[in-house]
Structure formats: C-alpha cells, structure tokens
Design a protein around this ligand. Structure first.
Ligand code: PNS
Length: 161
C-alpha cells in the first residue's frame, strides 16, 4: 500500500494540479491532497471552500484504483506526512524556474525526515504555464480562464467575485 501526500495551496485547483494527481494515480495506491492552512497568506477561497471544490472536481476524474482523499493540514509537512504514514510527497514541476524552490523544500524535508521521499512530476506541456496565481490574476482582469481550471472552479470563482 503506497500512500503519497500532494500538498499545496490549491487556491484554486487548476487543470495542471489535476493532471499531476492523475499521473500520481499510476504510481500510488492512495494520494492525500493536503491543503495548507496558512493564516499568513491572503486567499481567494477559504481552506474549507478549497477542500470542498477539490472533492467535487476529483469525483469527476479518472483515478484507476487509486484512493483520493482531501484534507487540510497545518504545521510541518513532514510531521503531517508521518502522522498519515505516507511514503512520499508529490510535487509538480512545470519549468526550471520551479526547480530551485522545489529542490530547497525537498532537501529540507529530507533533512527533517530522511525516510520520506519527494517525487517530482511534470504536467502536460499544455499546463506548463498554468498557476493558481495567474489564473486568479487573469480572472480578476476579466479574461477567460476556460481550459485552465475545471468548469466548476470557474463557476465558483464567478459566484464569489
Ligand atoms: O502550492 P504551494 O503554495 O507552493 O505549496 C507549498 C507547500 C504547502 C508545499 C509548503 O508551503 C509547505 O510544505 N508548507 C508546510 C510548512 C512546512 O513544512 N514548511 C517547511 C517546508 S521545507
């Protein structure tokens, strides 16, 4: 039974995140999508809303035999991963620019908990420029975000605006 944690802010979940989750489903029996509770960051959606949206969109995706769970967490990621008896952390890398930050985190997490592996996955090229930050920016400026996020996410963003 191989269990992974896919941590992040998911504010909001994008098609790039879903692509990584589906790829992860080929490697792991269970993936816990873990939404960080971060009081220091101003978010568009609350943690509860983000978890709720994730559960709705994940219900629609092809996951094979993989179990997908959505939870929120706070504090150290490695501690949370140990509590959940996870074998790996999954992170998506879109471009070289992501790599430095991701490598730093992965090495710090390894120092804190040597038994926990970080697995980097690449999304489809079509999502290589998609980030939650840019999705929010173009949405707020009135441009279409169709194809970048699930329709449900766009809908929820319009309702929240
Ligand atoms: O989607 P994000 O915002 O890039 O995700 C960042 C996340 C949640 C992976 C990172 O901020 C994190 O792990 N936070 C938990 C606190 C922690 O463990 N910090 C030390 C990381 S080396």
């Amino acid at each position: 039974m191989r269990r992974a944690i896919y941590p992040g802010s998911f504010d909001p979940v994008t098609n790039g995140h879903l692509d990584i989750i589906q790829r992860g489903c080929k490697l792991f029996d269970e993936i816990i999508i873990a939404v960080l509770i971060n009081p220091e960051k101003t978010a568009f959606f609350s943690v509860e809303e983000r978890c709720d949206i994730l559960r709705s969109v994940l219900a629609e995706i092809d996951r094979g035999d993989c179990t997908l769970t959505v939870e929120s967490f706070e504090g150290l990621l490695v501690q949370y991963a140990a509590d959940r008896k996870a074998h790996a952390i999954v992170r998506g890398i879109r471009a070289i620019s992501d790599y430095e930050y991701e490598l730093q985190m992965a090495l710090m997490n390894r120092r804190l908990q040597p038994g926990l592996e970080t697995v980097f996955m690449m999304p489809a090229e079509a999502y290589s420029y998609v980030s939650s930050r840019l999705v929010k920016e173009v949405f707020h400026l009135g441009a279409s975000i169709e194809g970048l996020v699930p329709a449900l996410v766009e809908d929820r963003m319009r309702k929240k605006k």
